[in-house]
Ligand binder design. Sequence first.
Ligand code: TYD
Ligand code: MG
Length: 454
Amino acid sequence: MARLRTVYICSDCGVQHPKWNGQCASCNAWNTLVEDVVGNDAPLVSKTVAVSRSLNAASEPLPIMNVAHTSAAASPTGISEFDRVLDGGLVPGSVTLVSGEPGIGKSTLLLQLVGSWSHTSLYVSAEESAQQVRLRAERIGVTGDHTYLVSAMSLGDIVAAIDKVKPSLVVVDSVQTIADESVESAPGSVTQVRECAFRLVQEAKARNVAVILVGHVTKDGNIAGPRLLEHVVDTVISFEGDRLHPLRMVRAVKHRFGTTNELGLFEMTDRGLVGVPDASNMLLADRQQGVAGSVVVPTIDGQRPLLVEVQALTTKVATGITPRRSAQGVESSRLAMLLAVLERRAKIPFASLEVYASVVGGVRLNDPGSDLAVCLALASAALDTPVHSDMVALGEVGLGGEIRHVTHLERRVIEVERMGFRRVLIPSNSKAPELRRATLVRAATLSDALSLAL
Ligand code: TYD
Ligand code: MG
């Protein structure tokens, strides 16, 4: 048996180092070296990276317009919110990585997916027993006889099951719990995950089977260790949400067969995940009108407009105590900046106030166009004056207190009107979108916006 040695592998570029270091000497990434154990004969550079480059045989150079159109037609999965993200469905022979935090609902979604696939499918569970998965399948109504289930952890057993069932879709749950016996590393280690994923990519291409790999991500959003997988697979889907809320968001981070700007929305129910075609309605369902600190903003995620409620609350603290700033769904550095702008440009004092800001429904605001709504919610809370309940606000806020223009104004306004809001507060220099029922209110600065909205 080969002797084992400890190495440190860069989870970004795959190069091995004999010693730990803060920075990878090969790709210069910081904090990416992870400990691993490999056989003494292991090559110094990842086999995966080396072989994946030689995977596609060289083709004849041709003028670009003479190259044949791709023959890869996507097959719909039967779950429309998932197909929306995949730009039609799954392509035969493609490999998709579905990543998300533990407990977010990956296994549930993929079990539903193998159930709704209209041909033979195989679900490989390497985390739960077949009995456990069957119980869950029954509960969420996955009972078709073309859906096969196997509980397996070794790559050999998985390939044998694929040989036997001959499915056109295979789900492997998860890539961090399977192992190739010929690789002397523990399941979940960079080497093991990479080699297993690479073998499955080869199987997918050789058999023209669509393969979905489940990958758990760590808190900081990295696909635990193997960021490398992103280079090996065709599509990376991220599955996000707040476990305490039912809303789940699915988006493509990388997609070789289509666009990556579609958002899929699901609600976690006691019968599995249900697509949410009208998320604004769901997110605004419990909204109380006329309460200080509440503002609705038409955000955009991918191509999809979404009306969400931003809430803020402030309370006085005794002198000498540092007031807390707590943010949910708003980045804390963004919150700090907006508070500073409010204090300096609109003269609202926050120094002796504790500040809580949150976005309802577990949504995260990554859209700079939602700055103005956050500012209005904060000011409304501090001044204890509600914002007009039929008004939504849109705009990026600059350090000078100026309101800057936002993208996709037209699309956002359509959603605003659909949800019955009557006034849209927008940056003063934005091109006027076409309106049917609502009226536009324009603000050049934060102070203007405050006097118009409160
Ligand atoms: P799961 O799919 O196991 O998450 P992951 O594979 O990403 O780790 O789902 C986890 C949670 O979802 C679990 O805590 C219970 C909840 N859940 C429901 O609310 N309804 C359901 O129908 C199912 C199957 C799970
Ligand atoms: Mg799971």
